[in-house]
Write a protein that binds this ligand. Structure first.
Ligand SMILES: CC(=O)N[C@H]1[C@@H](OP(=O)(O)OP(=O)(O)OC[C@H]2O[C@@H](n3ccc(=O)[nH]c3=O)[C@H](O)[C@@H]2O)O[C@H](CO)[C@@H](O)[C@@H]1O
Ligand SMILES: C=C(OP(=O)(O)O)C(=O)O
Length: 455
């Protein structure tokens, strides 16, 4: 992360109630107990943007206390949307008085999250122009926005690059188009949905992403009055409508947070019930969890994940778009794999630089080798991508405490788990970043019996 993000992460930490940016963990104690997960970071933030498309207020339920929500709230408010918290986790978003924002106000959020790029379509519909600040999000690869901009241009937008962001106009309004994404990008699919939904005419999107969070966004847009059909083979057809109304919606649970706590249970020999987790959206994760030797029990209101006490087994994992194994799940799982008996291979096929966090794990005693150009294998299912990487994890290894600095959201969570599993004391700095996507994680660690202090 660059220093700008570090500063942002410190601000984020304060906003979500973290008194400190550094945590000292005394490891070697299993995490046990129950915690709850609420709405997904990767849906809630987009649902908040969708509210901007309506002419009446929306109510979003299950909103987690994470810093990315604060960033989007700030951007919406800068555009005149009134955001009220009706009760904890329930936001009312009123777009009745949408107006242009001062660039300084928007720019205050530069480098904080990736969500600002999704304001393009809604702002073009509401105001006829959009200023978008430079994006943030985890530095796990180049993260270009070419698919977004090409899709917007296909719909009729004119994009002008500025020194510190982009400016868009749509002189003839947005008009439906045929768009094919080079890769089923989550963000670019959402970009097309949020832009085409009020465009004139029909848009056909090929090679669309179909993550559960995208399906939830489509459900929200349908509640608002949109006509969107999800067809076979990653095709989404959007018939533009003139007007949309507000929605009332409970966000899909955060499957990435749930999978992270599941891996924490395995890595620490623990037993964690994740309230709010559901089986269907985690099916691919649960298969790998079972292959590694982790046990789980699907409950009415959550899933219990636990280490059965028998040795863990190595696995081969290929990250992929949905319904594949999500790229955001590999980092915490790799900590558990350091305890498996044998050699695991994790192929990262979505991002080109997502194993930086393994350096700190090696400092703690793990045996992980990253192959920057990936590894070919005849047993591979996911086609090789030019920029992919692979991590070879040999276990079991004895982890001992170390001083580490959080590099990004998921990598940071994996450092927390490693420190909790390790013998001795670890000092982890820059933990504010973890608040981007893990609601009240300090409280949850406390609930699960972790031995730590904030300094
Ligand atoms: C806020 C949010 O929802 N973040 C998620 C979203 O990120 P995000 O929406 O940014 O991820 P994408 O699916 O767009 O990115 C996938 C791949 O496509 C590439 N790409 C993307 C857009 C583009 O214009 N050009 C391009 O080349 C990216 O560099 C990456 O290699 O999906 C990712 C993949 O499931 C998750 O890891 C992130 O947690
Ligand atoms: C990469 C992630 O998020 P973002 O796209 O918000 O950076 C993530 O959630 O792991």
């Amino acid at each position: 992360m660059n220093s700008h993000l570090d500063l942002d992460s410190r601000k984020a930490a304060q906003r979500v109630g973290l008194a400190s940016d550094t945590i000292v963990i005394r490891g070697g104690k299993p995490l046990t107990g129950r915690i709850e997960v609420r709405g997904a970071k990767n849906l809630v933030t987009k649902a908040m943007v969708a509210a901007l498309l309506a002419d009446t207020p929306s109510v979003l339920k299950g909103v987690p206390e994470i810093s990315d929500v604060h960033v989007v709230k700030g951007l919406l408010e800068a555009h005149g949307v009134v955001v009220d918290e009706l009760m904890p986790g329930e936001l009312r978003l009123d777009p009745s008085n949408v107006s242009s924002a001062h660039f300084a106000e928007i720019n205050a959020h530069a480098g904080s999250s990736r969500i600002p790029i999704l304001f393009c379509g809604p702002l073009l519909h509401q105001l006829g122009e959009a200023f978008i600040p430079d994006l943030g999000g985890c530095r796990i690869g180049d993260r270009p926005i070419d698919f977004h901009l090409n899709a917007l241009r296909a719909l009729g937008a004119v994009v002008e690059k500025l020194d510190d962001g982009i400016h868009l106009t749509a002189p003839d309004g947005l008009v439906g188009a045929h768009i094919e994404l080079p890769f089923p990008s989550v963000g670019a699919t959402e970009q097309v949905l949020l832009s085409a939904v009020r465009a004139e005419g029909t848009t056909e999107l090929k090679n669309a992403a179909i993550e559960p969070e995208i399906m939830d966004l489509i459900a929200i847009l349908q509640k608002m009055g949109a006509i969107i059909s999800v067809e076979p083979n990653r095709v989404i057809v959007i018939e533009g409508v003139k007007q949309l109304r507000g929605y009332v919606h409970t966000a899909i649970f955060d499957r990435n947070e749930a999978a992270s706590w599941a891996s924490a249970a395995l890595a620490t020999h623990g037993d964690i019930t994740v309230g709010g987790a559901k089986q269907q959206e985690l099916m691919t994760f649960l298969n790998i969890y079972r292959k590694v030797g982790g046990e789980f029990e699907v409950l009415e209101d959550g899933i219990r994940f636990y280490h059965p006490g028998t040795p863990l087994k190595p696995v081969m994992v290929e990250t992929d778009v949905h319904p594949g194994f999500m790229t955001d799940w590999q980092q915490p799982l790799i900590v558990a794999l350091t305890q498996a008996e044998g050699t695991s291979v994790v192929h990262e096929t979505v991002y080109e630089n997502r194993f930086g966090f393994t350096d700190a794990l090696n400092e703690m005693g793990a045996d992980i080798t990253v192959h920057q150009s990936g590894i070919a294998s005849i047993t591979r299912r996911v086609p090789r991508r030019p920029l992919e990487q692979a991590a070879v994890v040999t276990g079991p290894t004895h982890l001992t405490g170390a001083d580490v600095r959080v590099p990004d959201l998921r990598g940071g969570f994996s450092h927390l788990i490693a420190a909790l599993a390790a013998e001795g004391t670890s000092t982890i700095s820059n933990v504010g970043i973890i608040s981007r996507g893990y609601e009240l994680f300090i409280d949850k660690l406390e609930q699960l019996g972790a031995d730590f202090e904030l300094v």
